[in-house]
Design a protein. Structure first.
Length: 255
């Protein structure tokens, strides 16, 4: 699934032929696509025009939706304006765009990072409502950040679940740390990456195939850090190129 950022749609591409075999409508600036564990659904978000920072210009950012899509027919099963859900649950926030998100394997809950928010929200997929939020710490140096000081509207940008769905790993992008959160209690600990919170900028989290580790791209320090979910500690780091963002796992087939 390839988000066509300027076309308000997502294309389905057959990787064996390179042909576009389907598509579905999205909002402004289509972004994230996540397949369900059984491959039958696609969870999709559009983030709007992130080069507008001021809440007074929110109307210029366009449509920002959370969508559940049938992975076979590409029909939109559900489309949600998450700001309305936030307001309904008493968690009003200045933006509605979902950045990275993590979906539990049973598809009952989603953990959503919203533009400019330092933390995340829990969305009950079955009952279509926001149930909890977690405010993660903001370093003293960052407490006066304006929306325009945030990198492309990112507050925290990067989130993943451990293989057993018990632990959440968060990239505290603007705050320069990695957070490890107990999914049941929302108790957390943080790993500071730099004395300057603006210097590290962790920007993505991907769990390993066996679900025991998290790979966190540290964009400001040009490396990927590897976190062990069981211990909550960093076990390795890999130097990479300039400003790493997405991390994906793959399989190398040896002849």
């Amino acid at each position: 699934m390839v988000s066509a950022s300027t076309a308000r749609k997502v294309h389905a591409i057959d990787v064996s032929t390179g042909e576009i075999i389907g598509s579905f409508e999205s909002g402004d600036q289509p972004h994230e696509n996540i397949y369900s564990e059984d491959g039958k659904k696609i969870y999709h978000t559009s983030i709007g025009k992130v080069f507008f920072a001021s809440p007074n210009l929110d109307f210029l950012k366009g449509d920002r939706w959370f969508q559940i899509v049938d992975a076979n027919t590409y029909e939109v099963i559900r489309r949600v304006d998450m700001k309305l859900k936030l307001e309904e649950s008493g968690f009003d926030w200045i933006d509605r765009a979902i950045r990275p998100m993590a979906i539990t394997k049973d598809e009952k809950f989603a953990y959503l990072q919203i533009s400019l928010f330092h933390g995340f929200f829990e969305y009950d997929i079955e009952n279509d409502k926001i149930t909890r939020k977690l405010d993660l710490p903001i370093p003293k140096k960052n407490r006066s950040l304006s929306p325009g000081d945030h990198l492309l509207n990112s507050g925290h940008h990067g989130i993943s679940l451990s293989g057993d769905d018990k632990t959440i790993c968060v990239a505290g992008t603007m705050d320069g740390y990695i957070a490890i959160v107990d999914r049941e209690t929302f108790k957390y600990s943080t790993i500071k990456l730099s004395d300057d919170p603006k210097g590290a900028k962790p920007y993505w989290v991907t769990s390993s195939k066996d679900g025991t580790k998290a790979y966190v791209s540290i964009s400001g320090l040009d490396k990927v850090s590897i976190l062990d979910y069981a211990t909550g500690k960093l076990v390795a780091e890999v130097p990479v190129g300039n400003h790493p963002q997405r991390v994906r796992i793959g399989q190398l087939r040896l002849k």
